[in-house]
Design a protein around this ligand. Structure first.
Ligand SMILES: [Zn+2]
Length: 215
């Protein structure tokens, strides 16, 4: 006899979170639930976003550009979606400023929009403390663990390689680098976002822009 249940079985690795990026058109408004952000260099390769595994990185060896992205957990109070918000290093500066001023990112209400309708247009972030009198923020996830699940990484490996940067951000990469001490092994972090990556990002945003033609 089968065993019937009214709830799906739990993923033993933990809950899954959707990644949300800044849409073109309509701005995204959300409240940060994590205390801080987690940053990582990534490639868009083989039709997916994956972490850069320098100094032993197959994507790097194939000349695939890499970019640093920040991840923080965010709550969209309208749709009740608790997700991971991903943004560029330049956009993440606003969160660094907020964290420096407030001591935490949790409770930071932010709006993310783009300068114009180009899918890779510069991201604009505005922040302010959220009014939490009527919103109960969910508990933040372990962001490294969520990323490991999304990227299909063995979780212990991710825990083994956590590095701080000079600005206090956390960096997570696939493999431990016991022989390297510097954290700035990426000489060119300002690569333009490939169009195909942005298309992927746009498909994943929960509030797709209206009337914005996709190539
Ligand atoms: Zn790489």
């Amino acid at each position: 006899m089968p065993t019937f249940t009214d709830t799906p079985p739990e993923d033993p690795r933990g809950p899954s979170f959707q990644i949300v990026r800044t849409p073109t058109g309509k701005p995204l408004t959300a409240i940060v639930t994590s205390e801080t952000m987690v940053g990582c260099y990534t490639h868009f390769w083989k039709r997916r976003t994956m972490p850069c595994e320098r100094p032993d990185c197959e994507a790097c060896r194939n000349g695939i550009p890499f970019r640093w992205h920040a991840y923080l957990s965010a709550y969209l109070s309208g749709s009740l979606l608790h997700c991971l918000f991903e943004c560029t290093a330049q956009a993440a500066e606003r969160f660094v400023d907020y964290r420096d001023a407030q001591g935490t990112l949790r409770g930071c209400q932010f709006t993310a929009s783009r300068m114009n309708y180009a899918p890779n247009a510069r991201i604009i972030i505005t922040t302010k403390p959220a009014d939490l009198t009527r919103i109960q923020l969910p508990k933040p996830p372990n962001i490294e663990k969520v990323l490991a699940i999304l990227w299909n990484l063995p979780i212990p490996e991710v825990k083994a390689d956590r590095q701080g940067t000079k600005r206090g951000q956390k960096t997570v990469t696939h493999r431990p680098r016991p022989t390297r001490e510097q954290t700035d092994g990426h000489p060119n972090p300002a690569e333009p976002l490939p169009t195909n990556l942005q298309n992927e990002l746009d498909q994943l945003t929960p509030n797709p822009p209206q009337g914005n033609p996709k190539p």
